[in-house]
Write a protein that binds this ligand. Sequence first.
Ligand SMILES: Cc1ncc(COP(=O)(O)O)c(C=O)c1O
Length: 372
Amino acid sequence: MKIETFELERRQSVWENRVKFNLTESGVHPYKLTELLTPDEQQELLSIRLGYGQTNGSDELRKTISQIYGQSDSDNVLVTNGSSEANFVVTWSLLEPGDELILMLPNYMQIWGIAKSFGITVQPFHLKEELNWQPDMEEVKSLISPKTKMIAVCNPNNPTGAVLTEEVMEDLISLAKDANAWLYADEVYRGAELSNIESPTFWGRYEKAIVACGLSKSYALPGLRIGWLIGPKSFIEHAWSYHDYTSITAGLLSNWIANKALQPDIREKIFSRNRQMLRENLQILEDWIDQHGDKFSFIPPKAGGLAFLRYNFPINSTELTTKLREEKSCFIVAGDCFGMDNYIRIGIGSEKNYFISGLKLLSELLDELSLT
Ligand SMILES: Cc1ncc(COP(=O)(O)O)c(C=O)c1O
């Protein structure tokens, strides 16, 4: 089975660990275990026997996750290897060739690529900058057909950092209900709000709503590779049997650490540290944009360690980001990865001085290319 290159991931995979300044990361500066666990917990971790563990996720972890959401118990939860595995399992287990998938764009392009490779018809709808990165619901409505099997969104959104309004969320649910379609929401950036207000979840609003989340972005723990699905019990049972074929289970140690990180007090500490870092860097970015006159414009992100900037000078986004990487060892994401030239995505979740250094290199390049 053929599959298109996943441009966003491929470019990041090759370069993110080889450059001096990686500003492609959309999460927040990752934790060390010593910052997360008490000395006693670190000792306890060392004594865990390395078996397989419970393959749909440890009972403790699934219970903890279900308690975060409410209206659920552990049988509503499947633990996966990152939310990327959750996206894969949902697409693979629910959609058949010939089905239609209505998909929000721009987006992390994983579901787009997998669905097309499986022979599913992808019907995109667009977040519109002129609508403050909200969709035009008439456009979504016009895509509904008897073959519509799922509406899939990424909320908060990668790459714009936009959060859907309550009204749009309810309209999407009502369209999904009328079409008897699944409503699938990748909510991996939920919790990384620039304000202190957690964005609303799609969970619990509709009996065919499924939500994915994980520890990679708003929890700043991507190295654990822990994600999850929360959905109706019959779907979770069904998805588990597909998960048996992908990776069997997420790592035992990661399950254990994830259960610590998701305890209410630790979760709050993580969110508050991350939001503080994001707010500080967003201010730095806004000042930097001001220094560049009208060359950049953007709608500040509401959530996530990312900012999606439109630029007003004549260079292709892949060319710009390649030059920055090759000449300055600084790496940002080209709008081309989202099919949107003349945009760049800059990660705002790194440590402050590192972030400032990366922005300086971008300024230097723009000067040298006489683009500012
Ligand atoms: C929207 C979205 N979903 C899923 C993923 C995959 O993340 P992970 O598998 O690390 O949870 C990403 C990564 O950038 C993402 O942006």
